[in-house]
Write a protein that binds this ligand. Sequence first.
Ligand code: DLL
Length: 435
Amino acid sequence: MTRYFQPEQETASREQLTAWQNEGLVKTVRRVWDNVPYYRKKMEEKGLTPGDIRSIDDLHKLPFLTKDDLREAYPYGLLAEPLANCVRIHSTSGTTGRRVVAFYTQHDLDLWADCCARAIVAAGGTKEDVVQVCYGYGLFTGGSGLHDGAHRMGALTLPMSSGNTDRQIQFMTDLGSTILCCTPSYAAYLTESIYERGLRDQIKLKAGIFGAEAWTQEMRRDIEEKLGIKAYDIYGLTEISGPGVAFECEAQGGMHINEDHFIAEVIDPATGEVLGDGQKGELVFTAIDKEAFPLIRYRTKDICILNHEKCSCGRTHVRMTKPLGRSDDMLIVKGVNVFPSQIETVLMNRGYAANYQIIVDRENHSDRIEVRVEMTPEMFSDELSAVTEREKALVSDLKAMLGIYAKVKLVMPKSIERSEGKAVRVIDKRNLYQG
Ligand code: DLL
């Protein structure tokens, strides 16, 4: 059963969707049991065999997978297909210890392109459009995903990757780009740069497809007004394929999950209990059409709410709210996944105690991160120049660890407030998850 692009599947009846999901789940569980000893063991620990999974009603019996499983099984332990049949790897942002790799066969890439094509079509895209892709290309899934999606629906594709703002704007004006794909913060930065250069009247954009990080409605309205476009949210994660797992339609009442390929559940993050529509919990995905890396009950850590009500756009696929937070401590700064533990490792390696604070802020829609760390009493007597050198060394180590610039401020011993309970290490002033 191969069900490519086929936009008509987006309006399939619930009965039809359930039939596809039943078939896909049974088939995937069998394949994973046969080919992935790691998951087979997890099933055996629960006393399960493939015969116990006959339909999606049995989904809740299956064990969850988490990022820790992916790390434990790194790199090939969850591969369900011989390596010879795999043609691509992508990886989440983060560092070596935290990296997660995902594998794709040609079929998996086609499926993913279909999902992204659907997202572009839902944003009003047609083959007449010029789609400027300024998500990063490379290990990150953003560039390749939207690129292949734009190809799939036949649009002219501008594979810009991220950065080099002057060149982005030049191509945008020269070629008359009509759809912009990038992170919302980069869209805001591009907008500002377009205004600074006085080029607003040369911009032909009609839509933006922005995701990979949380963004607010205010930010959406701001970009929309300034660029004269409609801005659409797009969601996804490397482990499940990349962008296009879910996307907004013109009704913008949540993001439609491509549930003919990915079964979505929302669970109570503490107990694992499956929650119903309207209840807030952690989003869990089961990929039922993938070959190389078909994760079963993968916990995304993204907190959201599902809604099965009919959408005015005619699509029947379930909708998810924007992520309303995360159930772990991962921060997304400038589109990069940052774990406080990575910062702590850098500080410890340089001889600091665990008295630090991470402050994340956003100015002009661009993220900034500052790490404040207490000097040890010995360092406190250092000359000012030595303090500056220490700060520089930390900036460089953090850059190597996180891949982004973080400002560092060494503060006096005992100046960071101690907590009696859980230490408040992260102060995120961006207020991103209010919807
Ligand atoms: O960010 C894939 C992607 C690329 C999505 C381009 C959309 C556009 P990862 O780097 O693996 O993959 O990060 C996945 O990013 O679990 C969410 O926490 C967050 N995220 C992704 N899209 C959104 C969004 C890509 N629209 C993690 N709103 C996910 C809020 C998002 N958070």
